[in-house]
Design a protein around this ligand. Structure first.
Ligand SMILES: [Zn+2]
Length: 550
């Protein structure tokens, strides 16, 4: 049993977490990390309005070549612009209003001399021509890049995945999450026997004289960098209409032709997911762009309105239950988890990857809510409690700001348990659901700082959750309810916690439910029974210790 668990944890560590740092090992950051992770003066003066990414993807030599046209509004004129593109990709030419601009390379960054007049409030368009052989993804989606695979008939099967490393692995852009274009066109030219599926809606297909085809996809909503994707393969397509809170939602499914029958069964979970998540989180955030589930040559990723799927058409996470509760095998982890990100990641997007918990904590929690929607409240809670076995408490959930550095992989399971704990404190299921829906309404299509989400939750719950978030997001300790019983008196406090930690807690005193309000100082209350047995409600992620050792 233990051996199996250990093996399981090792597999998880290999598969699930992007940054397995050893505890205590201080990361070293470079100037390049700062250029990538901060809002530099060369970024802040212009506001993105539109991208047109127009590329040729050539499977025969694994190259991408083309251009990105970026339209932007001048906020404050500044002579220098930062555009990101990582080696070995290279920029060949940059023009503004048809005139060539000078530029220099500085690692992953290109400094562009904008020597033409730039009027405040006006919109300009810059065209960047580029190309090269992008980095091949070593371990997609965790170590990103482009994956070049083949299907069973030997036809190319290609996709990108680059959360963390950045979209600039394969196309030139403003590679920081704070600024999203209001809309985007993605034009992808591929060999005539293949199809490209990207984000948004397919506008048209252009047949070229050389036998290739260009697929033009238009995204009508703001889109984050890492959400932009290409999926190229010998696809079959089927579709359905989901009748949701905002009317009819077009759902389109693209899978390799050889997997069509399996997909038609497994993808029934897509509409089940939409039903459950619209209930908990509010309307699907991108009706204009439709919802798509697209087979990809790796496990999966939350690409906006074209969620990618590679979970083998089986339930669980590659067939296993990450929660060990049994409930994890009742659903397809990738369909549910990656689609949950449409609300938390694509609708509400972190500004800095240090706050990646805004994406992963809520989405981990969404798995439990999905289970709850179909199997009941206790089942959902059981799933979340079971998932705690994956918590490492190795380093804080929140990462480091301005250097593109995310926190611990605990942002998933510990983050989900933190939200489940918060729900216990709120102790009002409908109020809790309205808070989750309110987040998606009030931060609709917005890029946020984690602190905005923390403050919102404090405001809407009517509690000062500052110490609560400091405990679970910025500390690695599990708070311990320290107590002792003397006759008919119970004395308790919070230990092993941050300053000011004062989370209310539900306990059972010899089986009888009781709500207490511990602080970091001991307090004593009267209880009915002598030598009572004290148990904390298991839905709170806390530890309990009788300080007398009894
Ligand atoms: Zn996720």
């Amino acid at each position: 049993m233990k051996r199996n668990n250990l093996k399981f944890i090792i597999i998880l560590a290999l598969l699930t977490f992007p940054l397995p740092d050893s505890p205590g090992q201080a990361p070293i950051f470079t100037r390049q990390d700062t250029l990538r992770g901060s809002i530099t003066p060369e970024r802040s003066w212009w506001d993105l309005t539109y991208y047109h990414l127009d590329i040729v993807v050539n499977p025969s030599d694994s190259t991408i070549k083309g251009s990105n046209t970026a339209m932007y509004k001048v906020l404050e004129p500044y002579g220098k612009m930062q555009i990101d593109l990582q080696p070995p990709m290279n920029i060949s030419k940059i023009t503004l209003g048809g005139k060539e601009l000078r530029f220099t390379r500085d690692g992953n960054v290109f400094w562009i001399e904008v020597d033409q007049p730039q009027e405040k409030g006006k919109i300009y368009s810059i065209q960047i021509e580029y190309g090269g052989k992008p980095v091949v993804a070593k371990r997609p989606p965790w170590d990103g890049g482009v994956t070049w695979k083949k299907n069973s008939k030997g036809l190319p099967f290609i996709a990108n995945s680059n959360q963390g490393e950045g979209a600039s692995m394969w196309w030139p852009c403003k590679d920081h999450m704070y600024d999203e274009p209001d809309s985007m066109m993605i034009s992808v030219n591929v060999p005539g026997n293949l199809m490209d599926v990207s984000n948004g809606r397919l506008r048209n297909i252009e047949k070229k004289k050389n036998g290739t085809k260009t697929y033009n996809w238009f995204v009508a909503n703001p889109i984050n960098n890492y959400g932009v994707n290409i999926n190229i393969g010998d696809y079959a397509h089927f579709s359905e209409i989901f009748k949701g809170e905002m009317g009819e939602l077009d759902c389109d499914y693209y899978v390799l032709k050889e997997n069509l029958d399996k997909a038609k069964v497994q993808f029934r979970q897509a509409s089940m997911m939409l039903k459950a998540f619209e209930h908990w989180f509010g309307p699907y955030p991108f009706y204009e762009d439709g919802y798509k589930l697209v087979e990809a040559p790796y496990l999966g990723m939350e690409h906006q309105s074209s969620v990618t799927y590679g979970n083998g058409f089986t339930n669980g996470y590659r067939g296993t239950d990450l929660s060990s509760s049994g409930w994890g095998l009742k659903f397809d982890f990738i369909i549910i988890h990656e689609s949950g990100h449409e609300w938390f990641a694509n609708n509400i997007t972190y500004e800095d990857i240090a706050d990646m918990w805004v994406h992963e904590s809520f989405t981990n929690y969404s798995e439990g809510l999905y289970v709850e929607y179909y199997y009941g409240k206790e089942a959902g809670a059981d799933y979340i409690r079971g998932s705690r076995m994956n918590i490492r408490n190795d380093r804080p959930v929140v990462g480091l700001y301005n250097v593109n550095y995310s926190g611990s992989g605990d942002m998933y399971y510990k983050g989900g348990s933190m939200l489940h704990t918060l729900r216990q404190i709120v102790n009002d299921d409908e109020k809790w659901r309205q808070i989750l829906r309110g987040l998606n309404r009030d931060f609709y299509h917005q890029v946020v700082k984690g602190s905005q989400i923390e403050n919102y939750l404090s405001e809407k719950t009517g509690m000062n959750l500052g110490p609560f978030f400091n405990q679970y997001l910025r500390d690695v300790r599990i708070p311990v309810l320290e107590y002792f019983v003397k006759g008919k008196q119970l004395t308790f406090r919070w230990g092993n916690c941050v300053r000011g930690f004062d989370m209310p807690l539900k306990i059972y005193v010899s089986g009888k439910e009781m709500n207490i309000k511990p602080t970091t100082a001991f307090s004593t209350i009267d209880i009915d029974t002598e030598n009572a047995v004290i148990v904390a409600d298991p839905d709170y992620y806390v530890a309990v210790m009788n300080v007398t050792g009894k």
